[in-house]
Design a protein around this ligand. Structure first.
Ligand SMILES: Cc1cc2nc3c(=O)[nH]c(=O)nc-3n(C[C@H](O)[C@H](O)[C@H](O)COP(=O)(O)OP(=O)(O)OC[C@H]3O[C@@H](n4cnc5c(N)ncnc54)[C@H](O)[C@@H]3O)c2cc1C
Length: 329
Protein backbone atom coordinates (compact mmCIF):
# COMPACT_ATOMS: atom_id res chain seq x y z
CA UNK A 1 0.00 0.00 0.00
CA UNK A 2 1.54 3.29 -1.06
CA UNK A 3 0.66 6.23 1.21
CA UNK A 4 1.59 9.80 0.31
CA UNK A 5 1.89 12.30 3.17
CA UNK A 6 1.84 15.84 1.79
CA UNK A 7 3.75 18.22 4.09
CA UNK A 8 6.88 17.59 6.17
CA UNK A 9 5.80 19.81 9.06
CA UNK A 10 5.00 18.48 12.52
CA UNK A 11 1.63 16.92 11.61
CA UNK A 12 3.03 15.20 8.51
CA UNK A 13 6.11 13.84 10.29
CA UNK A 14 4.12 12.65 13.33
CA UNK A 15 1.52 11.01 11.09
CA UNK A 16 4.22 9.24 9.05
CA UNK A 17 5.82 8.04 12.29
CA UNK A 18 2.55 6.80 13.82
CA UNK A 19 1.50 5.08 10.59
CA UNK A 20 4.86 3.34 10.41
CA UNK A 21 4.75 2.24 14.08
CA UNK A 22 1.14 1.03 14.00
CA UNK A 23 0.76 -0.38 10.49
CA UNK A 24 4.16 -1.96 10.01
CA UNK A 25 2.65 -5.43 9.48
CA UNK A 26 0.43 -4.19 6.66
CA UNK A 27 3.16 -3.62 4.12
CA UNK A 28 2.62 0.15 4.07
CA UNK A 29 5.13 2.18 2.09
CA UNK A 30 5.17 5.82 3.17
CA UNK A 31 6.31 8.66 0.93
CA UNK A 32 6.52 12.28 2.14
CA UNK A 33 6.49 15.28 -0.20
CA UNK A 34 7.09 18.90 0.78
CA UNK A 35 7.27 21.93 -1.45
CA UNK A 36 9.99 23.59 0.65
CA UNK A 37 13.74 23.03 0.47
CA UNK A 38 13.87 21.80 4.07
CA UNK A 39 11.58 20.07 6.55
CA UNK A 40 9.79 21.68 9.50
CA UNK A 41 7.05 23.83 7.99
CA UNK A 42 6.04 26.32 10.67
CA UNK A 43 8.56 24.62 12.97
CA UNK A 44 11.45 25.47 10.67
CA UNK A 45 14.91 26.48 11.85
CA UNK A 46 16.94 29.02 9.88
CA UNK A 47 20.70 28.55 9.67
CA UNK A 48 22.38 31.91 9.03
CA UNK A 49 25.10 32.14 6.37
CA UNK A 50 27.72 32.95 9.05
CA UNK A 51 28.57 29.63 10.82
CA UNK A 52 29.70 31.48 13.96
CA UNK A 53 26.06 32.44 14.68
CA UNK A 54 23.40 30.37 16.37
CA UNK A 55 20.52 29.19 14.18
CA UNK A 56 17.07 30.64 14.89
CA UNK A 57 13.54 29.26 14.94
CA UNK A 58 11.44 31.50 12.73
CA UNK A 59 8.09 29.91 13.63
CA UNK A 60 7.32 28.06 16.85
CA UNK A 61 9.72 29.05 19.66
CA UNK A 62 8.84 26.72 22.48
CA UNK A 63 6.38 24.04 23.44
CA UNK A 64 4.00 24.51 26.36
CA UNK A 65 2.40 21.37 27.72
CA UNK A 66 -0.70 21.93 29.83
CA UNK A 67 -1.09 19.52 32.75
CA UNK A 68 -3.72 17.61 30.82
CA UNK A 69 -1.58 17.25 27.68
CA UNK A 70 1.50 16.41 29.74
CA UNK A 71 -0.52 13.45 30.99
CA UNK A 72 -2.25 12.33 27.77
CA UNK A 73 0.84 12.85 25.54
CA UNK A 74 3.26 11.68 28.24
CA UNK A 75 4.99 9.03 26.08
CA UNK A 76 5.81 11.58 23.33
CA UNK A 77 7.24 14.12 25.80
CA UNK A 78 9.27 11.38 27.50
CA UNK A 79 10.66 10.20 24.15
CA UNK A 80 11.68 13.74 23.14
CA UNK A 81 13.21 14.55 26.54
CA UNK A 82 15.12 11.26 26.75
CA UNK A 83 16.65 11.78 23.31
CA UNK A 84 17.60 15.37 24.18
CA UNK A 85 15.35 16.83 21.47
CA UNK A 86 13.45 18.85 24.09
CA UNK A 87 14.74 20.45 27.27
CA UNK A 88 12.84 22.39 29.93
CA UNK A 89 12.89 26.13 29.20
CA UNK A 90 15.23 27.58 31.82
CA UNK A 91 15.22 31.29 31.01
CA UNK A 92 12.98 34.05 32.27
CA UNK A 93 9.77 34.60 30.32
CA UNK A 94 8.40 38.09 30.86
CA UNK A 95 4.88 39.26 30.19
CA UNK A 96 3.39 35.80 29.59
CA UNK A 97 0.06 35.06 31.15
CA UNK A 98 0.50 31.32 31.51
CA UNK A 99 -2.22 28.93 32.49
CA UNK A 100 -1.45 27.26 35.81
CA UNK A 101 0.58 24.11 35.70
CA UNK A 102 1.94 24.31 32.14
CA UNK A 103 5.53 23.25 31.49
CA UNK A 104 7.59 24.94 28.77
CA UNK A 105 10.22 23.18 26.65
CA UNK A 106 12.72 24.34 24.06
CA UNK A 107 14.46 22.40 21.32
CA UNK A 108 18.22 23.06 21.79
CA UNK A 109 18.97 22.07 18.19
CA UNK A 110 16.05 24.07 16.82
CA UNK A 111 12.36 23.25 16.42
CA UNK A 112 12.98 21.47 13.13
CA UNK A 113 14.83 18.79 15.16
CA UNK A 114 11.44 17.75 16.63
CA UNK A 115 10.08 17.24 13.11
CA UNK A 116 13.28 15.47 11.99
CA UNK A 117 13.06 13.16 15.00
CA UNK A 118 9.63 11.87 13.95
CA UNK A 119 10.69 11.56 10.32
CA UNK A 120 13.67 9.46 11.45
CA UNK A 121 11.31 7.27 13.44
CA UNK A 122 9.06 6.76 10.42
CA UNK A 123 11.47 4.10 9.20
CA UNK A 124 13.15 6.79 7.06
CA UNK A 125 10.24 7.31 4.66
CA UNK A 126 11.03 8.35 1.10
CA UNK A 127 11.24 12.09 1.64
CA UNK A 128 11.12 14.36 -1.40
CA UNK A 129 11.67 18.06 -0.94
CA UNK A 130 10.76 20.69 -3.54
CA UNK A 131 7.78 18.49 -4.45
CA UNK A 132 4.77 20.79 -4.58
CA UNK A 133 1.41 19.09 -5.06
CA UNK A 134 -0.75 20.98 -7.55
CA UNK A 135 -3.69 18.60 -8.04
CA UNK A 136 -5.35 15.30 -7.11
CA UNK A 137 -7.24 13.12 -9.63
CA UNK A 138 -9.22 9.98 -8.75
CA UNK A 139 -8.12 7.05 -10.94
CA UNK A 140 -10.09 3.92 -9.93
CA UNK A 141 -8.81 2.81 -6.53
CA UNK A 142 -5.93 5.27 -6.36
CA UNK A 143 -5.09 8.97 -6.44
CA UNK A 144 -3.02 10.43 -9.24
CA UNK A 145 -1.07 13.20 -7.56
CA UNK A 146 0.22 15.99 -9.80
CA UNK A 147 3.24 18.10 -9.05
CA UNK A 148 3.66 21.75 -9.98
CA UNK A 149 6.71 20.66 -11.96
CA UNK A 150 4.38 18.76 -14.33
CA UNK A 151 4.80 15.05 -13.56
CA UNK A 152 2.51 12.80 -11.48
CA UNK A 153 2.51 9.60 -9.39
CA UNK A 154 -0.19 7.23 -8.16
CA UNK A 155 -0.84 6.44 -4.48
CA UNK A 156 -3.39 4.21 -2.74
CA UNK A 157 -3.98 6.74 0.05
CA UNK A 158 -3.16 10.42 0.51
CA UNK A 159 -2.86 12.52 3.67
CA UNK A 160 -2.85 16.32 3.21
CA UNK A 161 -1.28 18.26 6.11
CA UNK A 162 -0.93 21.59 4.31
CA UNK A 163 -2.76 24.75 5.46
CA UNK A 164 -6.47 24.60 4.55
CA UNK A 165 -6.48 27.55 2.09
CA UNK A 166 -3.78 25.68 0.15
CA UNK A 167 -5.90 22.47 0.17
CA UNK A 168 -8.80 24.43 -1.30
CA UNK A 169 -6.54 25.71 -4.11
CA UNK A 170 -5.60 22.20 -5.32
CA UNK A 171 -6.75 21.31 -8.82
CA UNK A 172 -8.52 18.10 -9.88
CA UNK A 173 -11.27 16.07 -8.26
CA UNK A 174 -11.19 17.56 -4.78
CA UNK A 175 -14.20 19.72 -5.60
CA UNK A 176 -16.23 16.60 -6.45
CA UNK A 177 -15.36 14.62 -3.32
CA UNK A 178 -16.08 17.43 -0.83
CA UNK A 179 -19.61 17.43 0.59
CA UNK A 180 -21.39 20.78 0.92
CA UNK A 181 -20.90 20.65 4.69
CA UNK A 182 -17.17 19.85 4.41
CA UNK A 183 -16.69 22.69 1.95
CA UNK A 184 -18.40 25.12 4.34
CA UNK A 185 -16.31 23.91 7.29
CA UNK A 186 -13.04 24.25 5.37
CA UNK A 187 -13.95 27.71 4.08
CA UNK A 188 -14.60 28.74 7.70
CA UNK A 189 -10.95 28.16 8.71
CA UNK A 190 -8.89 31.32 9.21
CA UNK A 191 -5.29 32.03 10.23
CA UNK A 192 -3.46 34.96 11.76
CA UNK A 193 -0.43 36.28 9.85
CA UNK A 194 2.90 37.33 11.33
CA UNK A 195 6.32 38.53 10.37
CA UNK A 196 9.40 37.02 12.02
CA UNK A 197 12.65 38.98 12.17
CA UNK A 198 15.80 37.13 13.25
CA UNK A 199 18.96 39.04 14.22
CA UNK A 200 22.29 37.20 14.43
CA UNK A 201 25.17 38.44 16.58
CA UNK A 202 28.88 37.54 16.76
CA UNK A 203 30.15 35.13 19.46
CA UNK A 204 30.55 36.75 22.88
CA UNK A 205 27.84 39.37 22.31
CA UNK A 206 25.87 40.26 25.42
CA UNK A 207 22.37 41.23 24.36
CA UNK A 208 22.01 43.15 27.62
CA UNK A 209 18.53 41.84 28.41
CA UNK A 210 17.59 39.88 31.55
CA UNK A 211 15.02 37.62 29.83
CA UNK A 212 15.02 34.80 27.27
CA UNK A 213 11.51 35.55 26.07
CA UNK A 214 9.61 38.81 26.43
CA UNK A 215 6.03 39.57 25.36
CA UNK A 216 5.28 43.21 24.59
CA UNK A 217 1.73 44.41 24.53
CA UNK A 218 0.50 47.02 22.05
CA UNK A 219 1.31 49.93 24.36
CA UNK A 220 4.97 48.91 24.69
CA UNK A 221 4.90 48.75 21.23
CA UNK A 222 24.94 27.24 21.66
CA UNK A 223 28.35 27.15 23.04
CA UNK A 224 30.89 29.18 21.09
CA UNK A 225 28.22 30.54 18.78
CA UNK A 226 26.90 34.06 18.74
CA UNK A 227 23.38 34.56 20.11
CA UNK A 228 20.34 35.14 17.94
CA UNK A 229 17.20 37.10 18.73
CA UNK A 230 13.83 36.50 17.07
CA UNK A 231 11.04 39.08 17.00
CA UNK A 232 7.46 38.10 16.10
CA UNK A 233 5.01 40.82 15.17
CA UNK A 234 1.52 40.87 16.67
CA UNK A 235 -1.71 39.87 14.92
CA UNK A 236 -2.97 43.41 13.98
CA UNK A 237 0.41 44.29 12.40
CA UNK A 238 0.35 41.05 10.36
CA UNK A 239 -3.14 41.85 9.12
CA UNK A 240 -2.27 45.45 8.15
CA UNK A 241 0.90 44.45 6.30
CA UNK A 242 -0.10 41.08 4.86
CA UNK A 243 0.36 42.08 1.23
CA UNK A 244 3.75 43.71 1.79
CA UNK A 245 6.86 41.65 1.35
CA UNK A 246 9.35 40.87 4.12
CA UNK A 247 12.00 43.32 2.73
CA UNK A 248 9.54 46.24 2.94
CA UNK A 249 8.50 45.39 6.48
CA UNK A 250 11.97 44.65 7.89
CA UNK A 251 12.93 48.35 8.53
CA UNK A 252 9.61 48.98 10.31
CA UNK A 253 10.19 46.07 12.71
CA UNK A 254 13.83 47.08 13.22
CA UNK A 255 12.77 50.67 14.03
CA UNK A 256 10.32 49.45 16.66
CA UNK A 257 12.89 47.03 18.09
CA UNK A 258 15.42 49.87 18.44
CA UNK A 259 12.80 51.90 20.29
CA UNK A 260 12.06 49.01 22.69
CA UNK A 261 15.69 47.92 23.16
CA UNK A 262 17.87 50.96 22.35
CA UNK A 263 21.02 49.34 23.74
CA UNK A 264 20.83 46.27 21.48
CA UNK A 265 24.22 45.64 19.80
CA UNK A 266 24.64 45.64 16.02
CA UNK A 267 23.74 42.27 14.41
CA UNK A 268 25.97 40.75 11.73
CA UNK A 269 23.08 39.39 9.74
CA UNK A 270 19.30 39.65 9.63
CA UNK A 271 16.54 37.46 8.22
CA UNK A 272 12.92 38.56 7.81
CA UNK A 273 10.17 36.06 7.00
CA UNK A 274 6.43 36.42 6.35
CA UNK A 275 4.10 33.73 7.73
CA UNK A 276 0.88 34.17 5.73
CA UNK A 277 -0.60 31.20 7.62
CA UNK A 278 0.76 31.59 11.12
CA UNK A 279 -1.56 30.25 13.80
CA UNK A 280 -5.13 29.05 13.32
CA UNK A 281 -7.58 31.73 14.47
CA UNK A 282 -10.68 29.71 13.65
CA UNK A 283 -10.34 25.91 13.42
CA UNK A 284 -12.71 23.45 11.74
CA UNK A 285 -15.68 23.34 14.08
CA UNK A 286 -16.55 20.10 15.89
CA UNK A 287 -13.77 18.15 14.22
CA UNK A 288 -12.04 15.11 15.77
CA UNK A 289 -8.61 16.22 14.45
CA UNK A 290 -8.86 15.24 10.80
CA UNK A 291 -11.40 15.20 7.97
CA UNK A 292 -11.89 12.19 5.70
CA UNK A 293 -12.68 13.55 2.24
CA UNK A 294 -12.87 10.16 0.52
CA UNK A 295 -12.75 6.60 1.92
CA UNK A 296 -12.06 4.74 -1.36
CA UNK A 297 -9.42 5.68 -2.32
CA UNK A 298 -8.56 7.19 1.06
CA UNK A 299 -8.02 10.95 1.17
CA UNK A 300 -7.67 12.60 4.59
CA UNK A 301 -6.72 16.12 5.59
CA UNK A 302 -5.20 16.98 8.96
CA UNK A 303 -3.09 19.57 10.76
CA UNK A 304 -3.53 22.29 13.35
CA UNK A 305 -6.58 23.66 11.48
CA UNK A 306 -8.44 20.59 12.74
CA UNK A 307 -7.41 21.11 16.38
CA UNK A 308 -5.33 24.10 17.54
CA UNK A 309 -1.97 25.64 16.72
CA UNK A 310 0.72 24.07 18.84
CA UNK A 311 2.65 20.85 19.40
CA UNK A 312 -0.23 19.12 21.19
CA UNK A 313 -2.73 20.26 18.57
CA UNK A 314 -0.64 18.65 15.80
CA UNK A 315 -0.17 15.50 17.88
CA UNK A 316 -3.92 15.24 18.55
CA UNK A 317 -4.52 15.62 14.82
CA UNK A 318 -1.92 12.95 13.93
CA UNK A 319 -3.34 10.50 16.49
CA UNK A 320 -6.86 10.91 15.12
CA UNK A 321 -5.52 10.56 11.54
CA UNK A 322 -4.00 7.23 12.53
CA UNK A 323 -7.44 6.01 13.62
CA UNK A 324 -8.88 7.05 10.24
CA UNK A 325 -6.20 5.02 8.43
CA UNK A 326 -6.56 2.03 10.75
CA UNK A 327 -10.30 2.05 10.10
CA UNK A 328 -9.91 1.42 6.37
CA UNK A 329 -6.65 -0.57 6.14
C1 LIG B 1 5.27 32.63 14.08
C2 LIG B 1 4.76 31.37 14.69
C3 LIG B 1 4.92 31.13 16.06
C4 LIG B 1 4.45 29.95 16.62
N1 LIG B 1 4.71 29.72 17.94
C5 LIG B 1 4.44 28.49 18.46
C6 LIG B 1 4.95 28.12 19.72
O1 LIG B 1 5.67 28.89 20.38
N2 LIG B 1 4.64 26.88 20.19
C7 LIG B 1 3.91 25.96 19.46
O2 LIG B 1 3.70 24.82 19.93
N3 LIG B 1 3.43 26.28 18.23
C8 LIG B 1 3.68 27.51 17.71
N4 LIG B 1 3.27 27.83 16.45
C9 LIG B 1 2.34 26.92 15.76
C10 LIG B 1 3.04 25.69 15.17
O3 LIG B 1 4.22 26.08 14.54
C11 LIG B 1 2.07 25.03 14.17
O4 LIG B 1 0.86 24.70 14.83
C12 LIG B 1 2.65 23.73 13.59
O5 LIG B 1 3.99 23.88 13.21
C13 LIG B 1 1.80 23.33 12.40
O6 LIG B 1 2.32 22.14 11.83
P1 LIG B 1 1.61 21.46 10.58
O7 LIG B 1 2.45 20.29 10.22
O8 LIG B 1 0.17 21.21 10.87
O9 LIG B 1 1.64 22.55 9.41
P2 LIG B 1 2.91 23.19 8.69
O10 LIG B 1 4.04 23.32 9.63
O11 LIG B 1 2.41 24.43 8.02
O12 LIG B 1 3.33 22.10 7.60
C14 LIG B 1 2.76 22.06 6.31
C15 LIG B 1 3.86 21.72 5.32
O13 LIG B 1 3.25 21.57 4.02
C16 LIG B 1 4.10 22.12 3.04
N5 LIG B 1 3.24 22.44 1.89
C17 LIG B 1 2.33 23.43 1.77
N6 LIG B 1 1.72 23.36 0.57
C18 LIG B 1 2.25 22.28 -0.08
C19 LIG B 1 2.00 21.67 -1.36
N7 LIG B 1 1.09 22.13 -2.21
N8 LIG B 1 2.76 20.58 -1.70
C20 LIG B 1 3.70 20.06 -0.85
N9 LIG B 1 3.95 20.60 0.37
C21 LIG B 1 3.23 21.69 0.76
C22 LIG B 1 4.75 23.32 3.71
O14 LIG B 1 5.99 23.63 3.09
C23 LIG B 1 4.92 22.82 5.16
O15 LIG B 1 6.20 22.25 5.37
C24 LIG B 1 3.75 28.99 15.83
C25 LIG B 1 3.59 29.22 14.46
C26 LIG B 1 4.11 30.38 13.89
C27 LIG B 1 4.00 30.58 12.39
Amino acid sequence: IRVLVVGAGLTGSLSACLLRRELKDKNVHIVVWDKARGVGGRMSTFRPPDPSCHSADLGAQYISATREYARSHHSFYTELLEEGILRPLDCAVEGLRHKDGSTDYVAPLGMSSVVKHFLRHSGEPDLFLEHQVSGLYRRGSSWEVHRKQGDSQNFDSVLLTIPVPQILQLEGDLGDVLSVQQRELLHGVSYSSRFALALFFPPGTDLGVPWGVRYYNNDDGGAGLGPSLVVHTGVPFGLQNLERNAEEVQPIILGELNRLLPALPQPISIKCHKWRYSQVASAVAGCPGHMTLSEHPLLVCAGDAFTHSNFDGCLTSALSTLEAFKGVM
